[in-house]
Design a protein around this ligand. Structure first.
Ligand code: PHE
Length: 478
């Protein structure tokens, strides 16, 4: 296979951790997590999400990193090679395929939202938020996402930056950028949490995020017609639990080949178990801090917690418009959010690029540009599906939801491909790879290995299976 011989590696353990944290921490934490927690009813969603992160996601990080390191190829190549070594069916390479295709779909809309952050950085710098109230914040956002020119420009600007860095290869720009910028994002988030704490409705935010109300998570309202026909007001549903599961995978960059690809750049001396805990810890901390920065403002200004994908963009600008040095903080915040998004989007473009590079032997630059542009074109559909933009009238009905084009891509990847990909990965490492090979690759202590093995063999597949089973039953059988 072309490219395998000169396959790149991280320059140090620290560089790898920063790149993996860079991949994990992104729009998923600061844009997606708060609005999903808001739509999912708050505390119970957050609690279930954290359980998924530590009991399913973290063991899966370990699994994917080790598969990548063992395979030393793209996710598809690695899965094929390991299945072959283990004398198992070549069909296991479908896990790699689903990751690579999934990553391609996700980056096509991730880049759209990445573009929003770039545009908001510019708006903040120009003082567009000074003195705005909730209504203006809302109309500014809707006006922007409905603008066919601005959204296109920002989407392609974001994609161009991603392509540029991926084209340069692993050690080039990526490592250097993440080691400085990720810590900076952390600091500014802390400042925002403190500011929101003093000026917003902090108590209500804490109550909302940490006081679990399981009824909100597990029971969905019935339709007016159903109630008129004698049904109770609500019914039991695991839809939001599935959403939390998908979000935990999304946030940890799992099941899209990204972590597996980063694992393939690992050298044998890195301790995978400890790295996985660091990545999951940093990722959860950022998500919770984002929630604590955003919800005090959401409550203080009476914004809709279930307002969807515009939540960050409609809440924080109000704060920036009022705080001292708001222009500086606003610009920094959206700038660093853009950086966090870029260090994630790089890892989304990486799996398709590493596969095509491996397959064709083309030079990396050419592959990065081709794949990035193709994803960019697909992304136009997502960009134009928002607000009142050109394609916003196109809606799809899926499992009782009405989704726009971006919503469909998100649903397919977040709620179907990622949980299923994760389940099959767990089954593969837990039941099909020889135990001894797994032990050698991971080099964990005996006790830790046993805990990990139990989680991937039994806990992950059962939990994901139950959630899926229930949803399939509700929608197709009952
Ligand atoms: N984890 C990234 C985020 O939270 C998104 C991502 C998903 C990146 C999957 C790579 C793979 O923003």
């Amino acid at each position: 296979m072309a490219g395998a011989a000169q396959h790149a590696h991280w320059s140090s353990r620290w560089a790898f951790i920063m790149a993996a944290v860079g991949s994990a921490v992104g729009l998923g934490n600061i844009w997606k997590f708060p609005y999903e927690a808001g739509e999912g009813g708050g505390g119970a969603f957050v609690l279930v999400y954290l359980l998924f992160v530590f009991f399913i996601g973290t063991p899966m990080l370990v699994a994917e990193l080790s598969l990548g390191r063992r395979g030393q190829l793209s996710p598809i190549g690695s899965m094929k090679k390991i299945a072959q070594d283990e004398k198992k069916s070549h069909w296991w390479s479908l896990i790699g395929w689903s990751g690579v295709v999934g990553a391609f779909i996700v980056i096509s809309f991730y880049s759209v939202v990445g573009g929003w952050t770039l545009a908001y950085m510019v708006k903040a710098a120009m003082g567009a938020f000074s003195g705005i109230d909730a209504a203006v914040a809302q109309s500014t956002f809707v006006g922007y996402i409905s603008d066919p020119v601005m959204t296109l420009v920002s989407h392609f600007a974001f994609m161009a930056i991603t392509i540029f860095i991926v084209a340069k290869g692993v050690q080039g720009g990526l490592e250097k950028a993440v080691t400085v910028l990720m810590p900076a994002l952390f600091v500014i988030l802390i400042i925002l949490v403190i500011y929101s704490g003093f000026t917003g409705d902090f108590a209500k935010a804490v109550d909302f995020l940490f006081n679990p109300d399981f009824d909100k998570l597990l029971f969905k309202p019935n339709t007016a017609e159903a109630i008129a026909a004698g049904a109770p007001a609500t019914h039991f549903s695991l839809d939001t639990v599935l959403q939390a599961l998908g979000q935990s995978f999304f946030s940890l960059s799992l099941a899209l080949g990204s972590i597996m690809t980063y694992g393939s750049y690992l050298t044998k001396d890195v301790k995978i178990g400890r790295s996985a805990l660091t990545i999951a810890g940093a990722d959860s901390a950022v998500a919770l801090m984002a929630g604590l920065a955003i919800f005090p403002i959401v409550f203080a200004y009476g914004l809709d917690v279930a307002g969807g994908g515009g939540l960050v963009f409609m809440s924080l600008p109000i704060a920036f418009g009022q705080m001292p040095f708001g222009i500086v903080f606003g610009t920094l915040f959206f700038g660093l959010l853009a950086v966090a998004a870029i260090t994630s989007s790089i890892s989304l473009l990486e799996p398709p690029v590493s596969y095509v590079e491996e397959k064709t032997g083309w030079d990396r630059r050419k592959v990065a540009i081709t794949m990035g542009l193709a994803a960019g074109l697909l992304g136009i559909l997502s960009a134009y599906s928002q607000g009142d933009n050109l394609l916003s009238d196109i809606k799809f009905k899926m499992l009782g939801l009405e989704l726009d084009i971006m919503g469909v891509k998100d649903f397919l990847t977040n709620n179907i491909m990622m949980p299923l990909g994760g389940m099959f990965t767990a089954l593969f490492v837990g039941w099909f790879v020889t135990r001894k090979n797994m032990m050698d690759e991971l080099a964990l202590s005996d006790k830790t290995f046993r805990i990990w093995y139990f989680l991937v063999r039994f806990v992950s597949p059962t939990a994901i299976g139950i959630i899926f089973g229930k949803i399939i039953y509700d929608n197709f059988i009952a």
